[in-house]
Design a protein. Structure first.
Length: 166
């Protein structure tokens, strides 16, 4: 899959509609995870595409929270985004704020990564190293079970994302 965007141009577009450092960092985090998963799942030639979709997935969230995943269509079309990018971005909110169903494996990974990166990021901040590099899966599973920890990260959506991926 090809896109006119690269990491830098996607980030520039995200920053056009998002000013909060948290939202920028979230887009970059999801983008990095998407790029990694593309390589892991055999989509090495599409890593940049996957990354761009991750960076842009919340393009409309800060300015248009009530129209999340709906206003994205207009913003991305205005920027000249390909239909595949638009579909991916809109599909990450399936069942919550969008009726666009994740179809491609990349879209299912994006759906799963969005909430999961929030939980992982919160867990990393609690560690002395502030890193995921030394985090045990067992530790993360324990945090996942504690509904009070990173309460804004929907366990239901994380579970749904994992189920979509099989």
């Amino acid at each position: 899959m090809n896109t006119k965007f690269n990491h830098d141009s996607a980030l520039e577009l995200l920053r056009e509609y998002n000013k909060e450092p948290f939202h920028i960092l979230h887009g970059l985090t999801v983008g990095a995870c998407m790029k990694w998963f593309a390589g892991e799942l055999g989509y090495g030639d599409d890593q940049d595409f996957w990354e761009v979709c991750g960076i842009l997935h919340d393009i409309d969230f800060e300015m248009y929270p009530e129209e999340h995943c709906k206003k994205a269509v207009e913003l991305l079309e205005k920027a000249g985004a390909e239909p595949e990018v638009i579909h991916a971005v809109c599909s990450h909110g399936y069942g919550e704020c969008s009726e666009v169903k994740p179809e491609h494996e990349m879209e299912k990974v994006l759906f799963a990564c969005d909430e999961l990166t929030g939980l992982i990021g919160a867990a990393a901040k609690m560690r002395p190293s502030k890193s995921v590099m030394d985090m045990e899966v067992k530790s993360l599973k324990k945090k996942f079970k504690d509904k009070r920890f990173a309460a804004g990260c929907s366990r239901e959506i994380i579970t749904k994302g994992a189920e979509q991926l099989g």
